[in-house]
Design a protein around this ligand. Structure first.
Ligand code: NIG
Ligand code: FE
Length: 430
């Protein structure tokens, strides 16, 4: 009998004829080192669900015993089933788009140069401030549907295109409203320190003070976000300003994330470790000391290869991070400037090619470690008895196909809490 199976529980949903079931079962924490090679593979398996929760996964004949004539059945057709993907780093609440700027960058202009001249993040800030709540909710809703239909069942979304107390709070309320109207699971992050807004040009410290004195208490007081993030970067917020903001956020009860060492080696990883952040993200330029600090502190490294590709920059040292004992996760960074996508599925084959990760490491990074990076490790990213039935039936017979094939949507069916929410690229409810 499979561990965790409760014979008294009748299944209301049975998924059978699963060619490969990647359960991702293992220790109840972010996976590191060789743990990232283990996808908890079961062949010829089935999964039983009752009341939206998994009651058993295991060999087909054992699990099938939980079904009766009223059980709804899904024939997986010998395909691959994995947990729903978790995207732990996005900036998908925005208006406008920046394809013109991307053309400038293709022609040789720098990302920080465009930001310094009032474009980049600041051009999205102008468009987002000018958009109505209804417009922002509907844009976000559409992006959630894109994510869901490509296999993402949970997603983190940051504010950061408001950059005033009013507009940052408005963005977080928009995120909450869109989340309430959509089946996808959402985690909100406050990123007031995404850029220095035009009103504070040359007075960055005054803006930092506003974030600390006004925004953090308002965000924490109204429970509008679970995390606080900072763009710790040369010419944006330095180490000291980032430390101040994050220390206040932590004292206000928020979890921490850091945009760390993306463009210049700033010691952002060391800062994330020092403050006990949940994740340090980007890490393209992370130092060996930074890697050691992340490993010691158990901070998840969230890598964003789509951003490197769009910026034409180097890729994060993923293999070195894993060798150093840092748990690695993947995310889209979905945003209009450096990663215009909603699909973490699209990042999977990219990560295999550009970060030098194995199919097993990539899958671990996009499921269980990604869920931990989003603060949902106890809920998502693993298929085991007692967990919510959030899973994807992929159009693939071998899980390694997900790292290999690219460019079309392989998510055949997407389920949240045992409910079919998307099929062949189309959202069904919400
Ligand atoms: O993660 N690094 C800062 N923020 C985003 C880019 C946002 C934008 O360009 O609009 C990022 O790359
Ligand atoms: Fe980002």
């Amino acid at each position: 009998m499979t561990a965790g199976m409760h014979m008294e529980t009748r299944a209301d949903l049975l998924v059978y004829n699963i060619g490969q079931l990647c359960t991702m079962q293992g220790p109840d924490r972010p996976r590191r080192g060789a743990e990232m090679d283990d996808v908890g593979l079961l062949r010829h398996a089935a999964m039983a669900v009752a009341g939206g929760k998994i009651v058993a996964v295991g060999p087909e004949k054992d699990v099938q015993a939980l079904a009766d004539q009223d059980t709804r059945t899904v024939d997986a057709g010998g395909r691959v089933v994995t947990p729903g993907l978790w995207d732990p780093h996005t900036h998908l609440c925005y208006a406008g788009s920046r394809e013109e700027e991307f053309a400038w960058r293709l022609a040789g202009r720098g990302y920080l140069e465009i930001l310094a001249s009032g474009g980049g993040i600041l051009s999205t800030v102008r468009a987002t401030r000018a958009a109505s709540d209804e417009m922002l909710v509907s844009l976000l809703h559409k992006r959630f549907s894109q994510a869901l239909a490509s296999g993402t069942t949970g997603i983190e979304v940051k504010s950061g295109y408001g950059l005033s107390t009013v507009d940052e709070l408005r963005m977080l309320r928009v995120i909450r409203r869109a989340a309430g109207e959509h089946p996808i699971r959402v985690v909100a992050t406050f990123l007031g320190a995404h850029a220095v807004p035009p009103e504070f040009q040359g007075r960055a410290n005054d803006y930092v003070q506003l974030v600390i004195d006004e925004m953090i208490p308002a965000v924490a007081g109204a429970h509008l976000a679970e995390f606080c993030d900072v763009f710790c970067e040369e010419g944006v917020f330095d180490l000291d300003q980032s430390r101040q903001i994050l220390t206040h956020a932590r004292a206000a009860g928020l979890g921490l994330k850091v945009h760390a060492d993306e463009i210049a080696a700033m010691g952002g990883a060391e800062l994330a470790a020092e403050l006990g952040a949940t994740s340090a993200d980007h890490l393209i330029m992370v130092s060996p000391e930074g890697m050691a600090a992340l490993a010691r502190a158990g901070v998840v490294a969230v890598l964003l290869p789509g951003t490197s590709l769009t910026l034409g920059s180097r890729f994060a040292p993923a293999r070195e991070l894993i060798a150093a004992g840092v748990p690695v996760a993947l995310a889209t960074d979905g945003n209009p400037g450096t990663s215009p996508t909603e699909s973490l599925q699209a990042v999977v084959p990219l990560a295999a090619r550009t970060l030098g990760l194995s199919p097993e490491q990539v899958l671990t990074a996009a499921t269980v470690n990604a869920a931990w990076a989003a603060g949902r490790g106890e809920v998502g990213g693993v298929l085991a008895a007692g967990r919510p039935a959030d899973f994807v039936v992929w159009d693939a017979a071998d899980y390694r196909y997900l790292s290999y094939h690219y460019g079309s949507n392989l998510a055949r069916e997407v389920y949240i809490r045992g409910r079919l929410v998307a099929r062949e690229g189309v959202m069904l409810i919400g």
